[in-house]
Write a protein that binds this ligand. Structure first.
Ligand SMILES: Cc1cc2nc3c(=O)[nH]c(=O)nc-3n(C[C@H](O)[C@H](O)[C@H](O)COP(=O)(O)OP(=O)(O)OC[C@H]3O[C@@H](n4cnc5c(N)ncnc54)[C@H](O)[C@@H]3O)c2cc1C
Length: 555
């Protein structure tokens, strides 16, 4: 069956309604955890570690629930075709909507908006975006070319090289900011993780250009003026307009480059690095005016000044619009709020987020939002978490591994807490295809794949879920229910390599679990090491690189 038919089959039905999700019942004002769904018989049906705290209080997860057993023979690949658990039936009165944020009635959703798999390729593909960036760089070189009738002598050549590197640096910073402006076509077409990688790599080039610009210009002027580098640098700083400010800007950029180097970043809290990174905006502002005051290409050309300014103004407007205004508009329109928190295991929780008219967001399975929970100690940061179930018009769900301070604090969220949700973002969205699909998850990387699993057409999907420790497997009852209902296969591959007698991500192992592997479309999400190994093995097994789609949980 082509994927589009499968999409149509589930269109309009959320996977909560299909019975895969643990849709919170009406917890009432004193119950923090959503009610667990009816447990299917057997140990596989138990919610791992999920206990419902008795008594009132916020959604606290302490004391930590004991780990429930996850099923037999954990240290081996266990193909699962669990019987479908009893469906909870209609969701009853629906989720509790605490506080004033009570959403209005869900509007009817136009069918065309509901397809859970992507029906068209986003236009902003990586190659196209890189092509546009390269074309811009060529245009910048054209600016220098048009203004430079000839180059004669060493001084001229050095100065010319200095101007080119300066122009490219001025263009490069705008591109770097645009990549991080959270433009929806880029986020969906290229993917946030790839944009972040481009931004990081591009940042290194731009800093090199800035340094080269300063050195070459100084050297070129020194050669022309028959003086030394140091006296010429002094002259430039004292006598040329805005060069001092530009120098401070350059030093700021170099500093940001140093703290962004992997070794330095590892020693720093993410938030410290993140907020220091904002000094880039100050650096850009400080450096702007010297371009028009000293740049030969701009001094004499009004059109050049106009287009250059327009480039900066447009990108600044996009940043403000998409990073500040859009999230606030979404907040007021959709009224996101926490419905409840549910324990999935000792260190994984699901947070249910209610709102109204959420279908307008056109979130797709596999995508993520940046969540800012407006609770004490949390409102100052936004963190990315993927949707772990198909979105519905009035509810979204994320599943969070309690690995650091912010994630752990989410376990204490109270129902009714308001949330600013920025998104949806991410390009790990299943595309319309006739191929069979392999979903390959490692650890908490299961979250986007869990949502994709529920969206794909029946009978064509295999899920491999890798975790060293069987206690790290979460959402197992839901995965089994989806597999049973839709004829998919799930392999839980738990245990260390030693216990398994080899690497479970080797081409041979994967081929044994997935017959005809090379004909599959693969969606992959897991830790960086696992992702790299899996991509290598999949390619060795004959899966073309273009059919391996992956997302990293690290920017
Ligand atoms: C696209 C995407 C989707 C994700 N989906 C999920 C998910 O569904 N479930 C889940 O458990 N985790 C998910 N993560 C990972 C999650 O965002 C981080 O684990 C979390 O932000 C860590 O914050 P912390 O304060 O708890 O941990 P910390 O110990 O402070 O941080 C651990 C690491 O997480 C990253 N990180 C920290 N803060 C941020 C931030 N504000 N923005 C981006 N990265 C940050 C950094 O790499 C940092 O080194 C996702 C990450 C990305 C990029």
């Amino acid at each position: 069956m082509p994927m589009a038919e499968g999409a149509a089959r589930v269109a309009g039905a959320t996977d909560y309604q299909a019975g895969y999700g643990v849709r919170p019942g009406r917890p009432g004002p004193r119950v923090a955890f959503p009610a667990p769904r009816p447990s299917p018989s057997g140990p596989l049906g138990r919610v791992p570690g999920g206990t419902r705290p008795a008594g009132p209080g916020p959604a606290l997860l302490s004391p930590a629930p004991a780990q429930a057993p996850l099923g037999p023979a954990p240290a081996q690949a266990v193909p699962s075709r669990a019987p479908a658990p009893a469906r909870p039936g209609p969701a009853g009165p629906g989720p509790a909507r605490p506080g004033p944020a009570r959403p209005g009635p869900a509007r009817p959703v136009p069918a065309a908006r509901q397809g859970p798999v992507r029906t068209g390729r986003p236009w902003a593909r990586a190659e196209l975006v890189l092509g546009v960036i390269a074309a811009g760089a060529v245009a910048v070189l054209g600016l220098w070319w048009a203004d430079t009738p000839r180059v004669s002598g060493l001084g001229d050549a050095l100065t010319g090289a200095g101007r080119i590197t300066g122009l490219l640096a001025g263009y490069g910073v705008v591109v770097l900011v645009a990549l991080m402006a959270r433009l929806p076509p880029l986020e969906r077409g290229v993917g946030s993780d790839r944009l972040a990688r481009w931004h990081a790599a591009g940042g290194r080039y731009v800093i090199c250009l800035v340094v080269a610009h300063a050195l070459l210009i100084t050297w070129g002027y020194a050669v022309t003026a028959h003086t030394g580098l140091v006296p010429e640098a002094g002259t430039l700083l004292r006598s040329y307009p805005d060069v001092l400010m530009a120098t401070v800007a350059g030093l700021l950029l170099v500093g940001i480059g140093i703290i962004s180097a992997r070794a330095a970043r590892r020693r720093m809290r993410y938030e410290t690095w993140y907020y220091l990174h904002f000094y880039t905006y100050l650096a850009i502002a400080l450096a702007f005016s010297h371009q028009f005051a000293d740049g030969a290409q701009f001094v004499a050309s009004l059109p050049a000044r106009f287009f250059w300014s327009a480039m900066y103004v447009v990108v600044a407007a996009l940043v403000v619009w998409y990073r500040v205004v859009t999230p606030l508009l979404q907040f007021t329109r959709h009224r996101f709020h926490v419905i409840g928190v549910r324990a999935e295991s000792a260190d994984v929780i699901s947070v249910y987020i209610g709102g109204r008219w959420l279908d307008e967001l056109r979130a797709q399975p596999g995508q993520f939002f940046r969540w800012r929970f407006l609770a004490r100690g949390l409102w100052g940061q936004s963190h990315p978490y993927s949707l772990s179930a198909l979105p519905s018009p009035d509810m979204l769900r994320i599943t969070v591994s309690l690995r650091g301070d912010y994630s752990s604090a989410l376990a204490t969220l109270r129902p009714g807490t308001k949330v600013i949700a920025e998104g949806p973002f991410g390009a790990l969205v299943p595309e319309r295809s006739r191929r069979r699909v392999l979903l390959l998850a490692g650890g908490v990387g299961i979250t986007p794949l869990r949502a994709i699993f529920a969206a794909l057409p029946p009978g064509r999907v295999t899920l491999i879920y890798r975790a060293s420790d069987p206690r790290d497997i979460v959402l197992r009852d839901e995965l089994d229910a989806i597999a049973a209902d839709r004829g998919g296969r799930v392999h839980y591959v738990t245990g260390t390599r030693e216990e398994l007698g080899g690497d479970p991500l080797s081409p041979q192992y994967l081929q044994a679990m997935v017959p005809d592997l090379r004909r599959h479309e693969v969606y992959l999400c897991g830790p960086p090491g696992m992702t790299a190994t899996a991509i290598e093995s999949l390619q060795a097994a004959g899966v073309p690189r273009g059919r391996i789609h992956h997302e990293s949980f690290e920017f």
